[in-house]
Unconditional design. Structure first.
Length: 104
């Protein structure tokens, strides 16, 4: 493993990770871990994931998403413009987009 840069010692540990570690030590705590869904993946989603893996479509996408018509379909259902639908890879990026001004 490569050595870390000396300035990394000054970077504080992640607060959320400390919280998770502390929760593991407590009794009667419901642990809501990041990225741990409690429902099974729908079969059509699993099949699409396997197809993407087998087609080597596993790279990061552009911020605007994959050009597959998703934004247009969502916009049509919500009766708004496709450019007003900000795709995101998770709740954190979606929340940030919703909490910032459109000009940001």
């Amino acid at each position: 493993m490569p050595d870390l840069s000396p300035h990394m010692a000054a970077v504080p540990p992640s607060g959320i990770r400390r919280l998770f570690e502390a929760a593991l030590e407590l009794e009667d705590v419901i642990f809501l871990a990041v990225g741990e869904p409690d429902v099974a993946v729908a079969p059509h989603i699993a099949e699409a994931a396997v197809a993407a893996w087998e087609a080597d479509l596993t790279d990061y996408t552009a911020n605007s998403g994959i050009p597959c018509g998703m934004r247009s379909r969502i916009a049509s259902r919500l009766r708004t413009a496709p450019r007003s639908i900000p795709p995101g890879s998770g709740s954190r990026s979606g929340r940030r987009r919703r909490c910032t001004r459109p000009s940001d």
